[in-house]
Design a protein around this ligand. Structure first.
Ligand SMILES: [Zn+2]
Length: 339
């Protein structure tokens, strides 16, 4: 598995970055592929080649935005005793003692402040588990509700999300009113995205640690494209649909894999309408769920139990949700303590 770590390098590479920009502009104009053509600029050829490859090949790039100094893996030496990387063409040393064990360095991208080190991390084989936790992702209330039906435990994460959306839409509105529409659009969006990413990192860490502690695998809904389109569609009213659920799922997946915890995806149909105790369809009113069998629960908790109990998409390979018994009632599925 590839993982990228950002390490502050504490050096001034503004000269090299300016040269790389020159090479990139040259590549866009001429589509040159060989570093001989840009020798006069004076960028180390290992880096120049990467820049030429990126900007020369891709004919859709017209403007150079964030240029980086990309060093391929061959240009990076790992000094095991010192736990350091040495990039000879930039005479740069990086302390990597805090990184997990890795097989090899794939590349290092250096910008103004950071060196982004991409390594191949050894992935442990997934454990076999008998129990699963289910993660219900929501655009109202808590971002993630995690349920373990085998012990009846429910945990909620990401309460601060609606607050963040309010905060940033307020900032956007303020800047619009004061005549900075471009700043509002770009800068605030970037800030908000960073904040979302940060929260997603924290939520995914907490969920994966909890799953490891409970000795469970992780089940999540296979996200439909509808949510993805909703996130990109232009809406004057910012909503929580722009929360990056797929980013959160990706983070959960790779953090779990690094610990050897299995991750599975389930069909998302009716996870919030079905009763996790009897399998029939109940009624939902806001965050309250009620079933004719007498089961009453928090709607998201009920959904998370359904996700945990549902067969993964691989197990149920290809059968559509209409065929499955969990629409008509769960007859042969385990009836574990769900209250
Ligand atoms: Zn029921």
């Amino acid at each position: 598995m590839l993982k990228t770590f950002s390490i502050k390098h504490g050096r001034d590479f503004s000269t090299e970055l300016a040269k790389a920009r020159q090479v990139a502009e040259f590549a866009i104009c001429t589509h040159s592929r060989t570093s001989k053509d840009v020798k006069h600029i004076g960028l180390p050829s290992a880096i120049a080649n990467q820049v030429l490859r990126k900007y020369g090949r891709n004919r859709t790039i017209k403007v150079v935005r964030h240029v980086q100094l990309t060093v391929p893996g061959q240009g990076v030496r790992y000094e095991q005793e010192k736990k350091e990387l040495y990039i000879s063409c930039l005479k740069l040393r990086l302390d990597v003692s805090h990184l997990p064990d890795f097989e090899k360095v794939n590349q290092v991208e250096v910008d103004k402040e950071y060196a982004h080190v991409t390594v191949t991390v050894n992935e442990p084989p997934p454990h076999t588990v008998e129990r699963w936790i289910g993660i219900d992702l929501n655009s109202t209330g808590h971002i993630a509700v995690v349920g373990n039906p085998s012990i009846g435990k429910v945990q909620k994460y990401g309460k601060e999300a609606p607050h963040i959306h309010r905060k940033y839409s307020k900032m956007r509105r303020h800047l619009y009113l004061h005549g900075h529409p471009r700043v509002a659009k770009k800068k605030i969006k970037r800030k908000e995205n960073n904040k979302i990413k940060d929260i997603n990192h924290k939520i995914s860490r907490a969920i994966v640690d909890e799953a490891a502690q409970q000795g469970c695998g992780i089940k999540m809904e296979k996200l439909s494209d509808i949510r993805t389109t909703a996130a990109t569609s232009k809406s004057s009213r910012p909503s929580l649909h722009s929360w990056s659920f797929s980013q959160l799922q990706t983070m959960i997946e790779y953090k779990a894999k690094l610990l050897g915890l299995p991750v599975a995806f389930v069909d998302p149909a009716f996870t919030s309408q079905q009763c996790s105790r009897c399998g029939l369809l109940g009624t939902r009113n806001g965050k309250d769920f009620m079933c004719s069998c007498g089961h009453v629960d928090h709607a998201d908790a009920n959904a998370s139990f359904n996700i945990a109990l549902r067969p993964s998409l691989e197990e149920s390979d290809g059968r559509s949700h209409q065929d499955r018994d969990w629409c008509k009632g769960r007859i042969d599925a385990p009836q574990e303590a769900t209250s």
